[in-house]
Design a protein around this ligand. Structure first.
Ligand code: VGL
Ligand code: ZN
Length: 198
């Protein structure tokens, strides 16, 4: 069985949001059109407690986009975004959702960030997405959403590591591009790891 994974298509990642991805809203019609061919649709939702350690505001003296050590990782510091129960954390209002869709929330632990929809950045805490897909008999995934160079990329790399066959719907992704070209680099990395870019 094949499932569509819609990554973090939330208000804060769209124009006008706290961590706006350029053209982030343009993925919405692409994903809405694509979902018809999937029996299973799963959404991931960035869902941080207030004061989350990925927020620059939680590190006095630091600026947005600074790098700081956090646990064993180098953490990019982001503007406050996708705070639990805020409007910014809601899915884009035009994104088609059905009651049968399943939502997996991530980034809920205050001290560790989680780009992947499967695992936090420490690779310790699982969201439950992997076991859900295994229980459903899903072996193939198509992934789309925001942002190409962070949550889409890490979700795809974990999925490949877990042995799923993975396609990335390029037209349904947009990148933060902190450095110009980060999005293209991410597609190359995902392709080199075994994903099919479609
Ligand atoms: C994301 C940065 C911080 C993403 C989430 O969804 O790509 N990026 N939190
Ligand atoms: Zn986040």
């Amino acid at each position: 069985m094949e499932a569509l994974i819609i990554v973090d298509v939330q208000n804060d990642f769209c124009p006008g949001g706290a961590l706006a991805v350029p053209e982030g809203d343009l993925v919405v019609p692409v994903i809405n059109a694509a979902r018809g061919s999937f029996k299973r649709v799963v959404l991931t939702q960035d869902w941080h407690p207030a004061g989350h350690k990925s927020f620059a505001s939680a590190h006095p003296g630091k600026q947005v986009y600074d790098l700081v050590p956090l646990g064993a990782q180098q953490q990019v510091l982001w503007p406050d975004h996708c705070v639990q129960n805020s409007t910014g954390a809601e899915f884009h209002p035009k994104l088609t959702r059905l009651p049968t869709d399943n939502v997996f929330r991530k980034g809920t632990l205050p001290m560790v960030d989680s780009y992947s929809g499967f695992l936090d950045n420490d690779k310790i805490h699982e969201t439950g997405l992997r076991n859900f897909l295994l229980d459903e008999g899903v072996t193939r995934l198509t992934v789309a959403g925001l942002a190409t160079d962070y949550c889409v990329k890490f979700t795809v790399l974990d999925a490949l590591r877990y042995g799923f066959q993975v396609k990335v719907l390029k037209a349904g992704c947009r990148a933060v591009n902190l450095q110009p070209g980060d999005g293209e680099k991410a597609f190359q990395e995902m392709g080199a790891a075994g994903a099919e870019i479609v």
